[in-house]
Design a protein around this ligand. Structure first.
Ligand code: CAO
Length: 571
């Protein structure tokens, strides 16, 4: 038994590639050639196999690490191997560059400088893709008429160990694409006709030479192209004649299980990473469920519009309690505690309302960039009027509440600042010409938000009456969907309870919410003296994707000014 360092073999011209998946863990027994990790560049993803059978004693890489040829990825206690015999990384395989026009017979180095170019028809052929036979075309990345840059990926092929994009060997206009999705291709197949600058020197592919190369082209120095892939029978010998750590993988087997990773090309993976899209939650619309760039864009649009949620968001509250992994948001798993160790406990199911509202609140909190502005409204005169009015109308049976005045003030403020009466829909803002105002109601089963429809067309007394009816319905658990949908803006009042300020969570797809707390008498300077004034604390939360801070401050000031002098509402 000996400890053997397993190193990254020759992976071509890359300086460094990212580790995107660990396929084994410490303690695992692995076979020779079993894949240990998956690495990825912007053009290819590939599995790095073990050069030895044995038990993994140490994993030297973590997700996100960068590795390059010679990096030690694991230490294995290898059966029957001596440390001295441990192979180093595989020697560079026979270099092969991409074919463009007629292939040249003589071998040439991979990084061969391009010879002077000529202009005209270019036949693009499949470059050396190692010993793979009948590799499936799974994605077309260009179409006839497109202007193509050198190295631009034309289509993606896939084996069971790697997916790779076939780059163009030259710049020009694509005249004809000779392959379609589902076709299988082999080295040398004519796949496209282009018109443009032809690199006169193309890479040679000595027939029958086993190689580890991936498609290559005349690379620009700073845009390395992946070349090397694990291939069967490609076992270059080390200097001493011992088997090198050249990775070996079976040839493409149609229908064989693919990588544990979601089905997507390297460039799509990169795109998803840049947007922070969890690929395993995206439904692929390509062949065999392959995820395309459009799928990523559509997923992002849906998340942003609130039409869908990532698993991390949707499952957070309930999953958190049940020990969700937190992987989607890169959070620590929810703590799992045996509370009975510390004292007696009881368990109670969350109410149906709490489960639904919890998931919605959590989505809104995570997806919307909330900002909350606090202010105070002087409601001394309005409260005096309200009390007086209620006294005069005691017999009517309707009590006018401060909240009804606030609903009316909200309508006026929405009219003055229309972006507060909007919803985001992808890249568009939907501005509403109606005024339905929701109010948060506390019920024994949890929080609900009934909606006063067309509040602009109703008087304060009618609003108070409807609010009373809806609040009762809410407490009795009798609100229907029609009572709770279509809101433009919400008010959450804790005024009857207490507190100073808080951060109300926006009720998506609305873009703002007003939170109010308990008013209190405060000394205010009137220019000559301190006078007692009844001050109402306001907390306006707003969606920073739609509303700017200055607009929010103006909204608050205007809202407060209406409550301070309600005559302004008719001005
Ligand atoms: N400051 C001081 N007193 C206030 C007040 C304020 N801002 N708002 C209400 N009050 C007083 C009322 O005048 C009333 O006093 P009286 O009984 O002496 O007249 C008392 O508090 C109770 O009012 P209320 O709560 O019954 O009536 P309302 O119209 O203010 O609110 C409703 C109705 C349904 C919104 C409320 O009962 C409720 O459920 N509030 C909780 C909302 C909530 O949970 N929000 C948090 C959501 S998390 O974002």
């Amino acid at each position: 038994m000996a400890l053997v360092d397993i190193k990254v073999p020759d992976i071509g011209d890359f300086d460094e590639v990212g580790v995107i998946e660990l396929l084994v863990k410490v303690g695992d027994t692995v076979k020779a050639e079993q894949s240990l990790i998956t690495v990825e560049s912007d053009k290819a993803s590939m599995e790095i196999p073990s050069s030895h059978a044995g038990v993994i004693k140490e994993l030297k890489v973590a997700l996100g690490d960068k590795v390059k040829e010679g990096s030690v990825i694991a230490v294995i206690e290898a059966a029957g191997a001596s440390a001295a015999a441990a192979p180093a990384a595989a020697p560079a395989p026979a270099p092969v560059a991409a074919s463009a026009a007629a292939p040249v017979a003589a071998p040439a180095p991979a990084a061969a400088a391009p010879a002077p170019a000529a202009s005209g028809r270019i036949e693009v052929r499949v470059p050396d893709i190692g010993d793979f036979k009948d590799v499936a075309v799974i994605e077309l990345l260009v179409k006839p008429g497109d202007s193509i840059k050198v190295e631009q990926s034309l289509f993606t092929v896939e084996s069971d160990k790697a997916s790779m994009e076939i780059p163009s060997p030259a710049a020009g206009v694509l005249r004809e694409l000779k392959v379609k999705i589902g076709d299988t291709v082999n080295i040398g197949d004519l796949v496209a006709i282009m018109e443009g600058a032809v690199p006169a020197s193309t890479a040679p592919i000595p027939p029958g030479t086993p190689t580890l190369d991936l498609p290559a082209a005349q690379s620009e120095p700073d845009t390395p192209t992946p070349r090397h892939l694990p291939v069967e029978e490609a076992k270059p010998l080390s200097d001493g004649g011992a088997p090198a750590a050249a990775p070996v993988a079976p040839p493409h087997a149609p229908g064989a299980p693919t990588l544990g990773l979601p089905h997507a090309s390297p460039s799509v993976r990169k795109f998803a990473r840049e947007l922070g899209v969890p690929l395993d939650e995206v439904k692929g619309s390509g062949p065999k469920g392959r995820i395309t760039q459009d799928d990523i864009q559509n997923f992002t649009k849906q998340v942003m519009s609130g039409a869908t949620q990532t698993r991390a968001i949707a499952a957070k509250a309930p999953a958190a309690a049940s020990g969700g992994s937190g992987v989607g948001l890169d959070l620590l798993p929810w703590p799992k505690v045996d509370f009975t160790k510390f004292g007696p406990v009881e368990r109670k199911d969350l109410s149906r309302i709490k489960k639904i509202s919890g998931a919605n609140l959590h989505r809104n909190w995570v997806v919307i960039p909330h900002v909350t502005n606090h202010d105070d409204a002087d409601i001394t005169d309005l409260e005096a009027f309200r009390v007086q009015f209620n006294k005069e109308n005691e017999k009517s049976g309707v009590k006018v509440t401060m909240l009804a005045f606030m609903i009316k003030a909200a309508v006026a403020a929405l009219k003055k600042f229309p972006e507060f009466n909007s919803s985001l829909d992808g890249d568009q803002l939907v501005l509403k010409n109606y005024f339905h105002i929701g109010f948060a109601a506390d019920t024994p089963n949890g929080l609900v938000v009934p909606v006063i429809r067309d509040a602009d067309k109703k008087g304060i007394v009618q609003i108070s009456q409807e609010m009373g009816d809806l609040a009762k319905k809410a407490r009795d658990g009798k609100l229907g969907p029609a009572d709770m949908t279509g809101g433009c803006f919400s008010i959450s009042s804790l005024g009857g309870i207490g507190g100073r300020y808080f951060t109300p969570i926006i009720n998506a797809p609305e873009v703002a919410i007003m939170g109010v707390c308990k008013s209190s008498l405060e000394p205010k300077w009137d220019g000559k003296q301190f006078a007692p004034r009844l001050m109402l604390p306001l907390s306006l939360s707003w969606d920073h994707r739609v509303i700017d801070g200055a607009a929010a401050a103006r909204f608050n000031v205007y809202f407060a000014s209406l409550l301070a002098d309600f005559r302004r509402i008719v001005m």
